[in-house]
Write a protein that binds this ligand. Sequence first.
Ligand code: BEZ
Ligand code: FE
Length: 289
Amino acid sequence: MRKLTQDNITDVFLSYCGKDTDPRMREIMASLARHLHAFAKEVRLTHAEWQTGIEFMERMTEFTDAERHEFVLLSDVLGLSSLVDMINSVPGGTSSSVLGPFHISGAPEIPFGHDMKRHYEGPILLARGRITDQDANPIEGARLDIWQTAPNGLYSSQDPEQDTYSFHGIQTTGADGCYGFTTVKPVSYTVPSDGPVGDILNAVGRHPWRPSHLHYIVTATGYRQLVTEIFPEDDPYLDEDTVFGVREDLVMNYVERPPDTFPEGFDLSGNVSEPYLVADFDLKLVREA
Ligand code: BEZ
Ligand code: FE
């Protein structure tokens, strides 16, 4: 096409696609071109700005490797990861939330009552609840993959001072569907901001903080896998999570309890001499279609 104009370039782009193009691919590429072209026209993108964008993407690749997923982080801070999550979620269960880049596979199996806090300083948190179906029936044999930061705000994969699997574990529910473990109270922390994503945050006056949370992946035969996080109500960043992970039903309260009420059946039972926090949170799964 030589009679190319600002008005017909999107249609021309489409006309260049082969007749045998996969229909879903065609739909996605057509929409991408439509929005990309409309965006450039709307902001009247200059050559210099276009060049800045290209250099930004090149820097993104320099910051990306097997350990660091700068593109995932970009998607997270733009709200795209959460949007995709919400588009694909089904009603009736606990909301899902972002996976983030710090989940590691192969975490150790931990029994009910296991202590993940070990020697780390900070308030003891007893996290417990039930894994149920939509009718509140317990699910036996559900697997709960748990991970969080150490009190320094770093995940084990970011911190050479930690063991590979510190603050990571997988617990399997019994017939009552219950899970329970102790850990240290999670802290708010910043997402990696020393790369191009951090530059974007800076440029638009945004901070890199996430509210404190526990990450969970719940897997059970016959149910949709749930990737989620739970957040305490009193966290100062709850309403400004830089990766848009908070949902109303994922917010819980810590309840402070005196040491003599610490329950039986936990590694720390009989050895708690200070008040401890309890996070009671049930996780509801939706049946697979
Ligand atoms: C996280 O919660 O681990 C996380 C999520 C998105 C981006 C960075 C970190
Ligand atoms: Fe996290």
